[in-house]
Design a binder for this molecule. Structure first.
Ligand code: NAI
Ligand code: MG
Length: 394
């Protein structure tokens, strides 16, 4: 019997393309695991009214480790229209299965490393004073609180009377008090001390383990005084447990500006859910974008690793596939780190780094091409040729 069982959840679109590529890498690097398939995604919404069926939840609860590709989600009306007719009127409503998974298993720590691989033509370049250019080394790891904040799902259009009454008890609600219900939409940003402490401790622990000098908390406490304020206050408290690691703070808007001025100044960044999502996408843009952006969703018991890109439906049907498997492969390397196989994880990252540095094998995104069936004529390699090159180095 293998030491680990990994629940493999390809999902939709290019999730189905890239996930098997990461398993090829895990097998080649000698990871002692077997893989069981988990259903997730749009088809299961349409046919069963649930994009994350209970059987998949059971598999994750049992095996604790998951690899996830990507899912397709569509706006409310399309979701309702595509639900099988016999399921209509039975109270089904679409929820993102990945958000559900994070909340169901308390996967509250989301880690998104954004590291530049030297030689990647997509790396951020900066102009120097003498008119030349330089390529700053980006090595940022975003710790995003994954279950609360603006993604907690507490929202209404036309909120019920009790909600309006409660809001009316706040003086700042006055300008909205007369707005007709159907014209009023509310999303609640809920943040708890416990979750703040957990994401902060995760960030500080990582900084200490991997030699980062400090942790940057990226919020907006001057405006979001209660929620961002709580994150900042807890950061000061948690920092005391980590002597030697500095605490810095930035505002999310200013961070978006500084990121292209001096990205090398930012290492571990901790943020609440939406700001962490924004910051990690922005930093990913400095190091190659969606083809390189990997992530882990980690709870006390269960951990699921996924590229941050979606299902890219426009490329789903291309044969051979053109998309870059590196984001998925780096996510699998994070899984190796998570289970304590740091050597194997490093070998995978080194192999990716070698292929990028050599520059002989590049998927269409690395050549800055518009995706389509003609990219091979312009020098792009297929998805599996990219994996092959990585396997060669392993
Ligand atoms: P997307 O991430 O699927 O694709 C955006 C564009 O990025 C693609 O058209 C492609 O040009 C590029 N891209 C993405 N992955 C790539 C890769 N591995 N290699 C090379 N290029 C890549 O985002 P989009 O188009 O906004 O959403 C498509 C669907 O995916 C939607 O239904 C959306 O809801 C869903 N989605 C799912 C996510 C998840 O499963 N975690 C995350 C983001 C979007
Ligand atoms: Mg995102």
């Amino acid at each position: 019997m293998a030491r680990y069982t990994v629940v493999s959840m390809p999902g939709d679109g290019i999730g189905k393309t890239v996930l098997p590529e990461s398993i090829r890498v895990l097998k080649t690097v000698g990871f002692d695991a077997e893989y069981v398939h988990g259903d997730i995604g749009w088809d299961f919404w349409c046919n069963e009214g649930n994009a994350l069926p209970d059987r998949t939840i059971d598999l994750l609860a049992k095996h604790k480790l998951g690899l996830f590709g990507a899912i397709t989600s569509k706006p409310k009306k399309e979701a309702d229209d595509e639900l099988r007719p016999e399921l209509h009127g039975k109270g089904y409503s679409y929820f993102s299965p990945i958000v559900t998974m994070r909340q169901r298993f308390g996967l509250d720590i989301c880690i998104r490393p954004c590291r530049s691989f030297p030689g990647n033509p997509l790396n951020f370049i900066r102009r120097t004073l003498d008119g030349g250019s330089e390529e700053p080394r980006v090595d940022s790891v975003i710790f995003r609180q994954n279950t609360e904040g603006l993604y907690c799902g507490v929202e209404w259009t036309n909120p019920p009377a009790q909600v309006r009454d409660a809001l009316a008890s706040h003086p700042k609600f006055k300008p909205f008090a007369q707005v007709p219900g159907p014209e009023l939409a509310i999303s609640v940003r809920i943040i708890t001390k416990n979750a703040c402490q957990r994401i902060l401790r995760a960030g500080f622990t990582y900084a200490r383990k991997f030699g980062y000098k400090g942790v940057t908390v990226c919020e907006k406490p001057n405006v979001l005084r209660e929620t961002s304020g709580m994150m900042e206050e807890e950061a000061k408290r948690v920092q005391k447990e980590f002597p030697g690691i500095a605490l810095w703070s930035t505002n999310i808007d200013a961070q978006m500006m500084w990121l292209t001025k001096n990205p090398e100044d930012y290492g571990v960044i901790v943020a609440s859910n939406l700001f962490g999502d924004v910051a990690s996408d922005a930093f990913a843009g400095l190091v190659g974008g969606l083809g390189f952006a990997c992530s882990g969703n980690i709870g006390d018991d269960v951990a699921v690793f996924e590229p941050t890109h979606g299902s890219a439906p426009k490329y789903e049907k291309l044969d051979p596939p053109i998309v870059n498997p590196i984001a998925m492969i780096l996510s699998a390397a994070m899984l190796l780190d998570h289970v304590g196989e740091a050597d194997k994880a490093k070998r995978v990252r080194d192999a990716v780094a070698a292929v990028v540095r050599e520059g002989k094998v590049r998927t269409y995104d690395m050549l800055r091409l518009t995706g389509g069936p003609d990219v091979f004529k312009k020098g792009a390699t297929t998805t599996s040729q990219m994996t092959d090159a990585i396997l060669c180095h392993l």
